[in-house]
Design a protein around this ligand. Structure first.
Ligand code: HEM
Ligand code: HEM
Length: 211
């Protein structure tokens, strides 16, 4: 509001949403988005689609996994108050714990593949595959719940804190573009394999530590 020279009250050009902005929440949002959207799609690409550069992809996947884990823990604990009265609080807290367990299953998968190869009981291909399967399932579940949490986090910030800001739609855009990327990558992968345009095989577990 502004008082003009002739004594009338006019719009002062003040954007109320600028006043409502919370820097810490925005940082929380950007870091989480980088961990679950950007690193998220790369986590999938490095393990499922980029198998021709298997060793490099394997290490990249692990590094990205640690990045997502650390960012999720650090930026959750910066805002957490253990509330459960809003959708984003519930999803945020669940994502935090699912990420800790899911990343542990990844670390365990690598550990079992490396350390138990000489041990008869554990070296069996089937057992390694069961543990890998658990992490694979956890991986897809984490990517799904992580990106749902991004969507409701955007909604919480733009609709709730910025009081009805239309940029809440960015949450849906983020979620659906992520799903679309996965569908496109999977379609290309299947078409290539079907027509044998350079079949992308999963390397097999063999004796002696290579997998
Ligand atoms: C997978 C991604 C995300 C996770 C794991 C996550 C996790 C969390 C957690 C654990 C909380 C605190 C809940 C509680 O107090 O019980 C929280 C709060 C919040 N998050 Fe997220 N979040 C994510 C993405 C986002 C995004 C993209 C935004 C968009 C800006 C966002 C905005 C917020 C806001 C505004 C709060 C409330 C902070 C406060 O009241 O001080 N979050 N989030
Ligand atoms: C937030 C963290 C993580 C996510 C979202 C994630 C996601 C995934 C996904 C979706 C797959 C299956 C890909 C496929 O279809 O083949 C996978 C496989 C794998 N991940 Fe992760 N991962 C994470 C963390 C980690 C970590 C920290 C490690 C190890 C240090 C790891 C090691 C592996 C390994 C070894 C496989 C291959 C398992 C197999 O042979 O099927 N992951 N991950």
């Amino acid at each position: 509001m502004q008082l003009t020279q002739d004594g009338r009250v006019a719009e002062g050009g003040l954007d109320i949403r600028e006043l409502l902005r919370v820097k810490e929440d925005e940082n929380h949002g950007w870091w989480m988005w980088s961990a679950w959207y950007l690193a998220g799609i790369l986590l999938l690409v490095t393990k499922r689609y980029a198998k021709k550069t298997w060793t490099l992809s394997h290490y990249l996947h692990a590094i990205l996994g640690y990045y997502t884990l650390i960012v999720t823990i650090v930026w959750s604990f910066k805002v957490i108050e253990w509330r459960f009265d809003e959708v984003h609080y519930v999803f945020g807290t669940i994502t935090l714990f699912v990420t800790m367990l899911g990343s542990l299953s990844g670390i365990f998968t690598v550990g079992v593949m490396k350390f138990y190869n000489g041990d008869k009981d554990w070296a069996e291909k089937e057992k390694v595959e069961v543990i890998a399967k658990i992490h694979r399932f956890a991986g897809y579940f984490m990517l799904l719940i992580g990106n749902i949490t991004i969507a409701n986090g955007c909604f919480k910030y733009f609709d709730g804190i910025l009081q009805g800001d239309q940029r809440k739609l960015l949450g849906f855009a983020s979620f659906f573009s992520f799903v679309l990327m996965v569908i496109i990558a999977e379609a290309i992968y299947r078409i290539r394999n079907k027509f044998s345009l350079g079949h992308i095989k999963t390397p097999q577990v063999v004796d002696g530590g290579k997998f």
